[in-house]
Design a protein around this ligand. Structure first.
Ligand code: ZN
Length: 295
């Protein structure tokens, strides 16, 4: 999981979202706000005009999702398909049309795992958590001090470290009573990032994929003949053009860089960069081409 990139969205979209939100926020009672939030969200595509605005919103969210196929921002494995509210709208009607509360997610992460589960801390310094339940008792949450790591504001990589051998996310904080530990543990367990067998397998494959791609990049970058370059290209889905050796080499290296930055599980690549400072295998790879540390 990565921190979501900031993006500039069209004024028209922001105005639309603000107007919808204003209608909800204008109601005095919490229960009324929850009900209107539900109604407006359910009807969000009920006219052609609304449909078109939401198409625009989805497009913007896809742009800041993972990879060129707009993978889910949570699992990075499945192609995203819907707008997820990081703070569930059934609990936080004030965040129903809040752009910063939107995230591009897959059905599995949003619909099966996270759903409307949400915990908050009792008070700013406390590690005590409150489990919020959408139980139609219509009690407004005490605060919005979320336990769930919010990739819009937090950098998940500050909390979770991906083990590049096992593909398991490990909690960075040591103290099990610390807020950092509790947040990491809760986020992992809600999204089941370590428990979904298919997902774990997929992440393992991604680790191998990124290693292989980067090694190919390095070999190509250091190649000095067409035959060496063709050896790097091997079975890859890359079309050799009618170019000079240097041009072909540059084109192929750009192709690999693009494959790395637009694939699924981008966290794997980011962890390879981060861990190169402590892992001799990755240190060795990146020392051959330090600019890749900033890709
Ligand atoms: Zn997902």
């Amino acid at each position: 999981m990565l921190k979501i990139k900031q993006s500039a969205i069209r004024k028209g979209i922001i105005n639309f979202l603000n107007n919808q939100q204003k209608a909800i926020d204008g109601l005095a009672g919490y229960e009324d706000r929850v009900r209107l939030s539900k109604m407006l969200w359910q009807n969000k595509k009920k006219s052609n005009a609304r449909k078109s605005v939401f198409k625009g919103i989805e497009k913007e969210l896809q742009k800041i999702a993972v990879g060129s196929n707009s993978y889910c921002n949570y699992c990075e494995a499945n192609i995203g398909s819907n707008i997820e509210h990081i703070y569930p709208r059934g609990l936080y009607p004030s965040k129903t049309f809040d752009w910063d509360n939107f995230l591009w997610a897959c059905n599995q992460c949003n619909g099966r795992h996270k759903v409307a589960q949400f915990q908050i801390f009792q008070s700013p310094q406390s590690s005590q958590v409150i489990n919020l339940v959408k139980d139609y008792s219509f009690t407004p949450p005490l605060n919005d001090d979320a336990v769930f790591i919010n990739p819009r504001y937090d950098n998940p990589m500050d909390y979770l470290k991906l083990n590049l051998e096992t593909a398991v996310f490990e909690i960075i904080a040591d103290d099990v009573h610390s807020r950092e530990y509790i947040r990491s543990d809760y986020t992992l367990s809600i999204l089941k990032l370590n428990l979904r067998k298919g997902l774990l397998h997929d992440r393992k494959m991604a680790i191998e994929k990124y290693k292989k791609l980067f090694i190919s990049y390095l070999s190509a970058n250091y190649s000095s003949s067409f035959s060496a370059l063709h050896h790097c290209i091997g079975q890859m889905n890359y079309t050799v053009g009618n170019l000079s050796f240097e041009e072909e080499k540059m084109k192929f290296c750009l192709f690999i860089k693009n494959e790395i930055l637009t694939g699924n599980h981008l966290t794997v690549w980011k962890e390879m960069q981060k861990q190169s400072y402590e892992n001799s295998f990755f240190n060795d790879l990146f020392s051959k081409h330090p600019p890749a540390l900033k890709w």
